[in-house]
Ligand binder design. Structure first.
Ligand SMILES: *Cc1c(COP(=O)(O)O)cnc(C)c1O
Length: 403
């Protein structure tokens, strides 16, 4: 049982006497009972050997936490109500007034908004660094830097950084690094074994995406491989009153065994469509880390693609962007997106329905990154529909650009 997928499915779980079944039960509680005052006083809310209060964990959430730690190659896990809550909880746990956090310039947008909003209001500064230039990150790490956020690849523009070099740098400078691992999902690479002896300190994951796979659950996780760091997160998590619903946790436990199958199906379909779109005259640039010429492709190949790398299975998620040629007006691109029928207009990814979002890159990135073609960016999240149907949908909608 060396394969994490096998271990994920054949995971330790002690069922109630006389009952054994594929899924753990749903345990719902705010109150849990103690036999007597001595037992109440002795019980430690941080210790998963016992239960103190629903907010601090139930058999259902502890089971999901254990499986997610397995999936991501870590030791401990804390569940939060969304992927963004995972990002916020890490930032609040590790940063205080006077500290600085470094964020990649292609970061998941709301993460930057948090830095500009609450963090800034509490006297925590931030700087954006160039994810494709390790020297730029090195220059920005200073005495006040107490957290570096990493994302591989970056949201929307999909640049794949040299994660190993970034993590090594953070380690050398003694700064904790946290990876938003939603794209890798614990499947494309192991964040706690990146190769060359490098491991991130924290991995956050929007379980909303591939672990759920249904487009119907919001949840996030924070996985660590260090008890002291885990307890810092768990302490902040408790004080902030974060918790998740038992039925949502059960939905995730139900989806997890099929995550690798779904991830690979999304990946195959996305690569087929990305390869087809890349050949189209309307497309100025394809942004998909598994494609040669896409920004950071060699880093993806080194980490996820080649045999002998940390994971070495060549996986990529089912999400990519294209930059449509600058000869098309914003109104034409909007008409293209509106003309799509199977690709629905909506945020998020990892669910069965293909999704599309046009982005205003000029508003997101200043100045315009030199590795990106000029034009309008459209991001696709490929669902589980038949590839031929999705391709026909794209071909039909592309005609809007000609009109
Ligand atoms: C979706 C997403 C999040 C946030 O997850 P929510 O559950 O929607 O809050 C964070 N990071 C990345 C990269 C995401 O794609």
């Amino acid at each position: 049982m060396s394969d994490p997928q096998t271990r994920l499915i054949h995971h330790p779980y002690v069922p109630p006497a006389g009952f054994d079944a594929p899924q753990a039960g749903v345990h719902k509680a705010s109150t849990v009972f103690f036999a007597n005052v001595a037992a109440m006083r002795a019980r430690d809310w941080k210790n998963k050997a016992g239960y103190t209060y629903g907010l601090h964990g139930t058999p259902t959430t502890f089971t999901l936490e254990a499986r997610l730690a397995t999936l991501e190659g870590g030791q401990q896990c804390v569940l939060v109500p969304s992927g963004l809550a995972a990002i916020a909880t890490v930032s609040l746990a590790l940063l205080k007034t006077g500290d600085e956090v470094l964020i990649p310039s292609n970061v998941y947008g709301p993460s930057r908004t948090l830095a500009e909003g609450e963090l800034s209001g509490w006297g925590i500064t931030h700087q954006l660094y160039d994810p494709m230039d390790v020297a730029d990150l090195a220059e920005r790490i200073g005495a006040r830097t107490k957290l570096v956020w990493l994302e591989a690849p970056g949201s929307v523009t999909m640049e794949f950084p040299d994660l190993v070099a970034q993590v090594r740098l953070c380690r050398e400078r003694g700064v904790p690094c946290a990876l938003d691992n939603t794209w890798g999902a614990g499947l494309a690479f192991n964040p706690f074994d990146l190769g060359q002896g490098q491991a991130v300190d924290l991995s956050v994951h929007a379980l909303t995406k591939y672990p759920s796979g249904g487009g119907d659950v919001l949840m996030g996780s924070i996985v660590t491989c260090d008890e002291v760091l885990h307890l810092r997160i768990k302490g902040a998590h408790m004080r902030l009153g974060q918790g998740v619903g038992a039925n949502d946790a059960e939905a995730l436990l139900r989806s997890l065994p099929s995550i690798a199958l779904r991830y690979d199906a999304h990946d195959r379909a996305a690569r087929a469509l990305a390869g087809w779109l890349q050949q189209r005259p309307e497309v100025a640039q394809l942004l998909h880390p598994a494609f040669e010429g896409s920004p950071g492709h060699p880093h993806w190949l080194a980490l996820c693609g080649a045999a002998g790398s940390a994971a070495g299975n060549g996986r990529a998620a089912g999400i990519f962007s294209v930059i449509l040629h600058e000869r098309y007006s914003a109104a034409q691109v909007d008409a293209f997106v509106d003309a799509l029928q199977l690709f629905r207009l909506g945020y998020s990814w990892g669910g069965p329905v293909s999704l599309v979002v046009p982005y205003d890159l000029a508003a997101m990135r200043q100045p315009w990154p030199s590795h990106l073609a000029r034009g309008t960016l459209v991001r696709f999240s490929v669902g589980l529909e038949a590839v031929e149907d999705l391709q026909a949908d794209l071909a039909r909608a592309l005609r809007q650009l000609q009109g």
